[in-house]
Design a protein around this ligand. Sequence first.
Ligand code: GLU
Length: 432
Amino acid sequence: MYRFAPSPTGDMHIGNLRAAIFNYVCATQKNSGFFIRIEDTDQERNIKDKDKEILKTLEVFGLKYEHLYYQTKNIKFHRQLAMQLVQENRAFACFCTEEELEKKREAAKKADIPYRYDNTCLNLNNEEVLTNEKPFVIRIKQPTIPITFEDGIKGTLTFEPKDIDSFVILRQNKYPMYNFACATDDMLQGTTHIIRGEDHVSNTPKQEHIRHSLGYAKTLKYAHLPIILNESGKKMSKRDDASSVKWLLEEGFLPSAIINYLILLGNKTPTEIFTLGEALQWFDIKNVSKSPARFDIDKLRQINREHIRLLENGTLAKMFDYGDENIGNLAKLYTEEASTIKEIKQKISTIFSKKNAPDGFENEFELIKNELLNADSFETYDELKNYIMQKTNLKGKSLFKPLRMLLSGFEHGPELVLLYPIIKPYIKEIIK
Ligand code: GLU
């Protein structure tokens, strides 16, 4: 059972989407289940309707799932399990105040040693504790043996007990801490494999320790995906537009191209251009590199052009609000110089808008325009060109510059001999 567990606390970034894709692919390959868990227990950071936006994004990318859980629905179980650990003497109530803890953190900082909770409340009498009126948190006891787990990308990872202190699992307000909710949900929901970003590696020993303490015997397998770097080699952040899935979609990158790129990134694949369906045939997480991958928008642009070319003309045309298959052809022709749906849209709308003569060619432009408006249609571009040449005596630059502007709205672009057959049906609409 695989899962994708987004927090509704911000926009989905490409790292999240990459984890979702990999989980989906592995679950589908193994015919194991795939579910979504919205990790919404951090009430203060939740953003209204972000969950719906995330689910919509998964739909846009065709990542189907079998179940949808909301973590807050499990809070009663989180509380029960935390109390169970207290009763079994594997967790304890801690009355240390934030000020006391802060002082100790400061002292550790000054001494340049990593702060670990000093177990002040470890040996309080639990019976007495639970009837005490003072606010308390619940801490799980520090592990006594090293914690080891298998990572499909990084190999075997081991953490020493000293690196994990007696950490908080239930807050004063009786809400679970992130690691506790996540670890117990994975147990209750039968997760067998966890694929997620590398930023979670340090959470994994804590989550393993929680499940061991609860007596859960099943072994979970992990794959922590290397971070994605921006073009200057720094970790991609919100400040990098291309890290936002929403931005990429708004810019006109196709979901299929984004999927292709995110699977290709830092991976060994049999081909460079593929669909999600094809990747299901050969994807193997072991081929994903251990080192961070660098995001290259030019590569994504190239892949996007290839995916635009792979679309049916009719499907493509609908993206430009024209039902006509010919417009699909036109869009494909423009992939020579434009890479996204947004850029192509601009080309197409310019073709259909009113044109201005290129500087210095005003007379020629008007002349050609009048001839074309009054002429019947031409079967081929050569017929059109010959007709204009004959009627106007124009040639060379004086002919081609204004003619290109009239037909495409740009001074440069695809060969007119390739453009004309596609725009022929709308020629009277275009020449204005
Ligand atoms: N909610 C976590 C996040 O969005 C995911 C944790 C996980 O996959 O275990 O980063």
